[in-house]
Structure formats: C-alpha cells, structure tokens
Ligand binder design. Sequence first.
Ligand SMILES: Cc1cc2nc3c(=O)[nH]c(=O)nc-3n(C[C@H](O)[C@H](O)[C@H](O)COP(=O)(O)OP(=O)(O)OC[C@H]3O[C@@H](n4cnc5c(N)ncnc54)[C@H](O)[C@@H]3O)c2cc1C
Length: 353
Amino acid sequence: MDNIRHIDILVIGAGPAGSMFGYLAGKAGLNCLVADFATFPREKICGGGLTPKAWRLLDSLMPGIRYDYLPVRHMHFQLDDSPSCEFESEHEIRMTNRKDFDYALLQYYLQAGGELLKEAFLRYELQKDGRILVTMKSGLQLTCNYLIAADGSNSSVRRQMFGKVPNQMLFMEEYAPKQGPAEAFVYFSRRWVPGGFYKFSSLGHDIYGFRGPVTDREIFSQLLKEFNVPETRFMGAFISLHTVKSTVPNIILIGDAGGFANKITGEGLYDAFKTAYNAIKAITEHKPFEKTNRQIFRKMEMQEKNSHFFFGPKGYKLLDFCMRHPRFTKWIFDAKMKRETLMWKLKQRVSGN
Ligand SMILES: Cc1cc2nc3c(=O)[nH]c(=O)nc-3n(C[C@H](O)[C@H](O)[C@H](O)COP(=O)(O)OP(=O)(O)OC[C@H]3O[C@@H](n4cnc5c(N)ncnc54)[C@H](O)[C@@H]3O)c2cc1C
C-alpha cells in the first residue's frame, strides 16, 4: 500500500461533469485528479444544445470560458396533423459541437493547474481506514478519500454499486448538411410514445435525432426519408433516465453517471454542471451529497411524474392545444426561460457576484 499514490479526490470521467468538478475542486484548494480513457478531443453523441440556464450557469462557474456555438431562436414544434407551431424565442439556445465544447471545458480545468490521467476505471474497494482503493484497467492502483463518478450514462462505478441500471433510453442521431433555416424543431407523434423526432441546426451541420419507446432503426430511417434527410451513418447513445443515490457516503455520482438528465427532453448539460457544483459543496461543507443536491433529486422525481403525464393522452391533448395557439406557446416558452433568467439573476445577487 505504501507505494500506491494517494489523492484526496479521484474523478472518473473528463466530460462536462468531470471537468467542471475538477476545476471547482482545484479552485477550492482540494487535491484532485481526473481520469478518462479517451484521447481528447473525443467525440460524444449529443445535440450539444445549451439552454439559457445551462450557459448562464457555465459562464458563472467557469468565468471567461470561450466556446463556439450557433445561437438558435427559431422554435418549431409539430404533432402529427395538427398545424405546426413556430415562433422566435426571446432567449437563444446555444448549439455547440460536443467534441470541441468538451475539449474547451477540459482545457479550462487543465489551464487552472488540473491534472488528467489517461486510464480506464475498473473497480473500487472500500478499505478499513475509510479510504477507497481504485484499480484501473492497466493494473494501476490509486487510493482516495472521495471517488467521484462522472463516467457518463454507462458508468462503471454505478454498475459496480447497483448492477445493471434499468430505464436507459436510446437516442439515435444523424448529422446532415445544413438545410432550411436555423431552428430547433421537434416532431411529436402518437405513433411512438414516449418520444420525438428532432432537428437541431448546429455548427456546420444539422443534427437529426430520435427517441422512442423502442428506438427502432426502421422508424428513424423512415423519418429521415419523410424529411428528405440523406441517410449516411446512424449513431446511438443511451441516456439514463433512472436517478440513483449512492450507497457509499464518500462515493458521489454526478452528471449522467447519477442519472441526472431531464426525463422529458434528455437535456443533461445543466445538471452535469449543477451536480458537480453540489458535490464540491458536499465535500467542502462536510455535508451529505443528498443534502447539497436535494433540489436536483426532487426535480428528477418531479420530472419522472411529469413525463408520464406529458407522454400520456392528456399530455398530447395539451400539446395539440399548444400547436393551435402558437402565441400562447411562445408565451409559456419565454416565461419559462424568463423565470430561469430571473432565478439566476437573483442567485447572483444573493451570492454577491
Ligand atoms: C443523442 C443525445 C443528445 C443529447 N442532446 C443534449 C442536448 O442537446 N443538450 C443537453 O444539455 N444534453 C444533451 N444530451 C445529454 C448530454 O449529452 C449528457 O447529459 C452529458 O454528456 C453528461 O455529461 P457527463 O460529463 O455526465 O458524461 P459524458 O459527457 O458522457 O462524459 C463521461 C466521460 O467519462 C469517460 N468514461 C466513461 N467510462 C470511463 C471509464 N470506465 N474510465 C475512465 N473514463 C470513463 C468518457 O470517456 C467520457 O469522457 C444528449 C444526449 C444524447 C445521448
């Protein structure tokens, strides 16, 4: 044991959750090391859309961070044969390229003095002295006081703790040359519930995606044909819709590893940043993560309930109403974004920033 390197905090995964955690840990003066098996910049299948609350949180936690994005304000929704609903949102959604975006976050962490280890996590063992012994796939061993699982929706740390996690939703995406105006388009249909087909205009290309009860290549292929999208190469990735609470106090699961993605939209970047922030709070304030992250756990429970409503018959009636009343829909959409902006400004004022 004597020749095994010891770090206070070991983070598995250098995606948005891991890089954010690593940066905040360094800023708080904590001894932290981030490990990832990938060679960066690496690909990540994702729409890369940052809603206002996500980019505002990012900009406030990593001041001065620079990343490329396409601002999108044109919203376009459709439900089967209902009239389509289109409007300009008051607040922009920033469409990023995840490969470059994640690299920018990682660089921010490294430039602040952070360290990255290129290793794949294999397993952890709890020691009698309270430390955690971590073995990497290469055989390298490390000990730490805290283990942070930021290793995404197929998290190996979570799998060791809970076994196979149910409720993984497969999303499929296809990148295609730009066509039509820059927009965020979502097409709902009673043909597949819960789910939707979408087009997000992005940097240099459009992203088409689909999520259904069973994400079926044939349905996706058919939809691409319906929308005249040339089919080249599908890519699929899971989002874990099942939020878990760690059974070990000094192992904390953040971002997709903990199942912190929106149960309706699949948006996960905001909660990757927020859970990283709450994990730092738990460590520096010596509080359980369940306490510092309480609001997010509650929000996840609510989303689970709301998703049953949203993707049920009543939800589709409401959607149909929204399609027929675009001015009302714009008002709701802007009001939600406005509320998020207000909450953010209020928090900034309270924290004195
Ligand atoms: C198709 C699709 C579209 C999406 N669109 C959006 C969107 O528009 N907006 C949005 O906000 N969210 C979106 N999401 C969700 C978003 O991608 C995730 O919520 C986000 O990536 C979570 O970040 P993370 O850091 O937790 O995990 P990840 O980004 O997955 O990072 C995990 C990191 O851990 C590393 N890793 C994994 N296993 C190991 C191991 N054993 N050892 C070492 N390293 C390991 C990986 O290499 C990776 O770098 C989408 C997801 C999908 C699948």
